[in-house]
Design a protein. Structure first.
Length: 94
């Protein structure tokens, strides 16, 4: 999938999550997939509690983790791709 800075990222309405220590486990009833998130993934899932524009999400991650875009963007996009593949988020292109 081609990602664009203006993409609107939202959690799917039926995605369920729970915290286990510092990690988050996400379950998609629609796909019956479960995914464990830690570190950046935990922060990302918590940030997706409200819909967010991809460019703003990457900027927030750069500030949160004090890393350059060249380090941050690929990590965020890879995790978003996994969440999308598992049926846990939706992407709206502008």
């Amino acid at each position: 999938m081609a990602w664009n800075r203006g993409d609107l990222i939202t959690r799917t309405a039926d995605a369920l999550d729970g915290q286990v220590d510092d990690d988050i486990v996400v379950f998609s009833p629609a796909t019956a997939n479960t995914l464990g998130l830690s570190g950046t993934g935990t922060w990302l899932w918590q940030t997706l509690a409200a819909p967010v524009i991809l460019g703003e999400l990457i900027a927030a991650a750069m500030e949160q983790f004090q890393v350059p875009r060249s380090v941050c963007a690929p990590d965020i996009i890879a995790t978003l791709g996994l969440l999308l593949e598992q049926g846990m988020i939706e992407v709206e292109h502008p």
